[in-house]
Design a protein around this ligand. Structure first.
Ligand SMILES: [Mn+2]
Length: 391
């Protein structure tokens, strides 16, 4: 991962960055930020009903922070996906064309299945000592930035302005060092948030940026099929394709990269065999132990390997994959069928977060796998019962 592929750059003039002194924390809108201090915390969950002036204030706040910066870190959470990577790479293009120096960071390796996206190999586990601004994409949850939090880079990032661009409806931003947060609950992907931002601020999108935004939207909308896909998503996609994005080529590259090795194909049968159908067949659950994770995870993420089939089973409303590590860590990946929107609530019970149909959590308080499993089933059943009661 050291021979990063080069990105072509345009040289532009930029002003020297301003020094940052203090980290204030209040919930005031901050249109007039003094260049000499870290701006006040400003977090907004926005959507189609958000007043125009509020949106404009946020967009102008971002413009100001970006204009004042020369070296910008673009940060993905510890669970990178097609949206976060596509968004990070799109920002790299946009900011690069504006003459900024960008540094792509992710605390973990980019998974194999995402390596069809041009530029994935520029994502590093390091952040240089000197940056002026950070932009966190596709998460508002501090728990998903644990690698950063536990590293020496945290203080570098926290001492400078931090923009968060996200679209996870149900999670209030709890990143304490964030400066300005846009959490657009009408956007199906962070890529859509970036498209709107670029449109609003007249940031030109080169073909590569458009392609990355397309990837991110296709990824989080599951090929424009998910419930969160809106008329506006289709409008943006139409613009992107009209603007030259080769969607067919993108899809071919994605499929080629998503192919599973033969050992994974066989392993899938083991997972299916071990899957329990619980709570009147409404919950499909499988636990994966440490040894299997070490053996198979580097080749293919076992959760998406099995969850689609779980959800395609009659009666099943929720698909849960628990990963049990030797160090006591247990993670849960939750996916739900339409009409069973419990994923975010179930994950937040365990301190995690995500969308109503797709979420995740992590438990590190030395509870046993059995205890977590039992609790997970109890809460999931309660949540499903509530939904049934309502209808
Ligand atoms: Mn996303």
């Amino acid at each position: 991962m050291n021979n990063y592929s080069p990105r072509k750059t345009n040289s532009l003039l930029f002003e020297p960055p301003s020094p940052v002194k203090s980290c204030l924390s209040s919930l005031t809108l901050s249109n007039d930020m003094l260049p000499s201090e870290k701006p006040v915390f400003d977090s907004k969950i926005i959507g189609s009903k958000t007043p125009e002036f509020v949106l404009r204030g946020l967009y102008q706040g971002i413009k100001k922070l970006v204009d004042e910066s020369e070296r910008i870190a673009i940060i993905q959470a510890d669970n990178p996906d097609g949206d976060s990577l596509g968004s990070a790479l799109a920002l790299e293009e946009i900011l690069g064309d504006a003459g900024k120096q960008t540094f792509l960071y992710c605390g973990v390796n980019i998974p194999e299945y995402l390596r069809h996206l041009d530029g994935w190999d520029r994502v590093s586990k390091e952040i240089p000592n000197k940056i002026d601004l950070s932009i966190i994409v596709d998460t508002s949850a501090a728990i998903l930035l644990e690698k950063l939090d536990n590293s020496s880079y945290k203080s570098i990032v926290a001492s400078k302005p931090v923009i968060v661009l996200d679209h996870h409806t149900d999670v209030e931003c709890d990143i304490t060092y964030a400066t300005l947060v846009i959490n657009d609950h009408d956007a199906v992907a962070t890529g859509e948030v970036i498209y709107k931002l670029a449109d609003e601020l007249n940031w030109p999108l080169n073909l590569q940026a458009k392609t990355h935004i397309t990837s991110s939207i296709l990824s989080d909308s599951l090929g424009l099929s998910s419930e969160g896909t809106t008329p506006n998503t289709y409008r943006i996609m139409a613009d992107l394709i009209e603007g030259g994005v080769n969607r067919i080529k993108l899809e071919e590259a994605r499929r080629a990269q998503a192919k599973m090795p033969k050992t994974i194909f066989k392993y899938k049968a083991t997972l299916i065999d071990r899957t329990e159908l619980l709570s009147d067949d409404r919950i499909a659950l499988v636990s994966i132990g440490h040894d299997e994770l070490m053996k198979y995870s580097p080749l293919y993420n076992p959760a998406p390997l099995i969850q689609t089939d779980m959800l395609q089973t009659e009666g099943v409303k929720v698909a849960i994959v628990l990963k049990v590590y030797n160090d006591g860590k247990i993670t849960g990946s939750i996916r739900c069928n339409a009409g069973a929107s419990i994923a975010a609530d179930l994950a937040s019970h365990f301190g995690g977060g995500g969308h109503v149909y797709a979420s995740g959590f992590k438990v590190t308080d030395s509870r046993t796998a059995q205890a977590v499993k039992t609790e997970c089933l109890t809460i999931a059943t309660e949540l499903l019962d509530k939904i049934t009661d309502k209808s």
